[in-house]
Each structure stands twice: as structure tokens, then as C-alpha cells.
Design a protein around this ligand. Sequence first.
Ligand code: PMP
Length: 355
Amino acid sequence: MGAYIDDRLASLEAYVPGEQPRDREYIKLNANESPFPPSPGVLRAVSAAAGGLNMYPDAACRELKAAIAARYGVQSANVMVEDGSDNILNLCFMGFCAHGVAYPAVSYGFYSVFSALYGLDALEIPMGPGLTVEPERWLNLGRAVVIANPNAQTGIALPVPDIERIVAANPDRLVVVDEAYVDFEAESALPLVSRYKNLLVVRTYSKSRSLAGARLGFAIGDEGLIADLERLKYSVNPYSVNSLSLAAGAAALSEDGYYMEKCAIIAEEREKLHAGLKEMGFKCTPSMANFVLAEPPEGAEAERLFLALRARGILVRYFGGGALSRCLRITIGSPEQNAALLAALPGAIEEVGRR
Ligand code: PMP
């Protein structure tokens, strides 16, 4: 640490992203990226947009917003886009949580980082049995609410009527439903947006639309809510979304069949991987996302297994201590990658058990 940072930030613990090592080729199942490349039209659109890089991008993101609005049956005024959904979440914590914020005790790690960054009164609501979100605990909180659905790290999805209960029971505060993982056959809360002015549904292009490297996220909500978010965005970085990502985002939606087909493959692979892991003695949460949370069988410590897989060229996510210390989070890869993982596991488990 240097000498000049503000005192209030001196002990800030930053978010730790999944590692992106460069020392060798890995089967990368640690960051919930898509194993599939962007669709051909996206590659063409990015290449065509590259010639205009001498100009600033369209800060209003008009074409992309129109494409998102058309895809999801809303108006452009209901849509905002940012360079990654992380940045939309950032604006939510920055501008809507003065009365405090609640999020699940086990969820996306950035929620607690943003809370600390803005000095918020953060309530981490304990999980129910099996790491579930129990709606009864989320009513009349008097503070903003942020829920990932399906939830991060567990993949468990709350049914939309439960989400509606939470949104309706916190009418004076913003309720963010972070749907980063919704496209892998879970149900979206988007149909509720027209009925609840306090609901913001946040989405990302990073998982289901193979564009993690483009950094693109969007949110859908009431016009007033979106206007406030835009005001915050224009107070931080109006040009946050670059021209190449704007082009990629619109082109991806014009080939949405490609992506939805890939999502169906991932959902099918998830069930296969889940079954394979169970057969080896892992305990997995019932995930609806593009990953599974798996507790290795007795005798195979999670951290050691993580290292044994790493040594075999397979990267999964180990979160260290805390509630998930006994678990590994495994991104669903391509059918070949998942097969390679299942083939490598018995040897890795055996090695870990021997030590
Ligand atoms: N929300 C959740 C629940 C996530 O897991 C992630 C990805 N780490 C994000 C948001 C951020 O996604 P993006 O790449 O759009 O910033």
C-alpha cells in the first residue's frame, strides 16, 4: 500500500477474479465463461466497426439498446448498457443503497466489495438449508435488495413467484435481480418489470452470449430507474461501452438462435456432469446455471483436488476459506472439456486421498 490512499479505503479488500493464467494451455472451467466462440456475424460486425475506432462510441448506445428492447419486448427507455454487468451493479450500489443493502450470505463476491467501497450498511442474509435463498427472510427489509437468480456459486434458482414476493414486499427500495446465469434454462423475472417500478433486472453478455472479453452488460427496468442509472453513468464514464462491443452486442442478438442453441447444450451437459460427479461421490447443488458447485467425496479435500486438477491442466474455482471451503465451482465446458474433466477426476481424487 502507498501512503496516499484515503483512510476509509485503506483496508478495502478488492474483488478477486478467476485466474487467467498464461503459463500453459488449460481446460478453463474456473470463470463461468462460454466454451463456444462468438457467432460469425459478431466477428464480421466487430471487424467492420474497427475502421471507425478514431471516433468516440455512441454514448447513448442507441442501436444496441433498440436491439435489446426488441429482443425482450420493452422500449429503449427501459434499457441501459454498460461495459459489463459489474458496472451496472456498481452504479446500483453507488446510487441506491444509502438506506443499506441486503444480499445473500453466499452469492457473488462483488456485492460485499461494492458495499465496502461505498461504506454501506450491508446485511448478508443467511442461507437456508442446502444454501438456498428463503424468501420469508427477504420481506420488508427497508433497504435495497440484490439477489443473483440463479444464485452465484450455488446455481440454485428461486421461482419467479418468490422473486415477485420479495419485489412487492420492498416497494420503497430498489430490488436488483442479477440474472447473469438465467439463460441456461432458468426462468426470468423480466415479465415483472412492467408491474414493479422498483425492479431492475441485470443481464450480461459474458456467459450465454460468448462475449466475456467484450465486457458488455445490460439492465431492464422502469424508465425512471433507467434515467437515474444513466445519470450516474454519465457522471462516471459516458463512453464506457466501446464501439467494438456495441457492434458485437447488436450482432449477437441478430443471431440469437446460435446462442440459445449453445445454452441448451450447456444445460444438457450440466445435467450429465452433475450425474457423473454424483457417481464419484460428489455432492452438488441443483444448479440451473452454467456451472455446478460440487463438494468432493470424503477424503478428497477441495483445495488439494483443485491443485491436483490444475497440475493436470484443468482449472476449476476454489474459493478458499468460508462457507464454500469444502467446495469447488466447476464451469460447464464443451462436451469434450467436460469429458476430459470426468476422465481426470478419479486419478486426481486418488492422488489427493493418498497424501
Ligand atoms: N453477476 C454475477 C452473479 C456474476 O457471476 C458475474 C460474473 N462474474 C457478473 C455479474 C459480472 O458479469 P460481467 O462480466 O457482465 O461484468
